[in-house]
Design a protein around this ligand. Sequence first.
Ligand code: 5GP
Ligand code: ZN
Length: 114
Amino acid sequence: MTDCVFCRIIEKKIPARIIYEDPDCIAFEDISPQAPVHVLIIPRKHMANTLEMGVEDDALIGRLFRAANKIARDKGIAERGFRMVMNTNPEAGQTVYHLHLHLLGGRRMHWPPG
Ligand code: 5GP
Ligand code: ZN
């Protein structure tokens, strides 16, 4: 989608600090990090958010989480702990409507989330 900022990052039309790529997913540093580690893992396939996941996407969603695990290990936060978040629609704070998994870590997280 040409009007989707994350599709444009996938297409390398706008720059991002990409740290991981595979045939289905890419991951890059969040432009406004909320923790020492803040990475977004996204499918190459455009879907707005979790509500658009179909049964055909089951394996793809698993791959997003497995990519996040690899990044957490590579960044040395796996044992300490980290958080994965997907925001869906306005009350959750979703601002970019291309499904993305936030990987946050490197500091103590609070619960319940704000
Ligand atoms: P949401 O609020 O939709 O769950 O998360 C969107 C995230 O994308 C935010 O954390 C925001 O900082 C990040 N973001 C928005 N635009 C860009 C961009 O152009 N580049 C990068 N690297 N991150 C972005
Ligand atoms: Zn998109």
